[in-house]
Design a protein around this ligand. Structure first.
Ligand SMILES: [Zn+2]
Length: 130
């Protein structure tokens, strides 16, 4: 049995954390047991889920975190696996809603919200899709 955890705040565990084994790294759905798990029941990813036993609270500057996310996003896009990066970045952003977005896609979406109809292009003239 699973249930969705909205806006995971890693420093403050979700109510069901004591009974769940962990969560999907990509879609953040909480997984009560990893026993027999072959894929995420929510999004279908076969990536290794996160165990709550490995939860940590590191200290890092937001700009450093932004750099890591943008580089990871770039690599993730090159292998069609950016969803994993977006899942992690969105969980981090949810903990600090007053901060700017951690990924380029998140920043572009913010610009598009502020200026509807805006198109952004990369250095090769290709429109940046988010
Ligand atoms: Zn999932």
């Amino acid at each position: 049995m699973i249930h969705k955890v909205g806006g995971i705040r890693l420093a403050s565990p979700p109510r069901s954390r004591m009974s769940a084994e962990g969560f999907c790294t990509e879609c953040r759905v909480e997984i009560l047991s990893f026993t027999g798990l072959t894929k995420c029941p929510q999004c279908g990813t076969t990536g290794v889920p996160c165990s709550y036993q490995n939860q940590v609270t590191p200290s890092i500057n937001w700009h450093e975190l932004h750099l890591l996310c943008v580089w990871a996003e770039r690599f993730g896009q090159s292998i069609q696996q950016a969803g994993l990066v977006y899942g992690i970045a969105q969980a981090l952003e949810a903990q600090y809603p007053d901060r700017h977005k951690l990924t380029l896609a998140g920043e572009v979406n913010e610009v598009k919200k502020e200026y509807p109809g805006t198109q952004l292009f990369d250095g090769e003239g290709k429109e940046i899709q988010t």
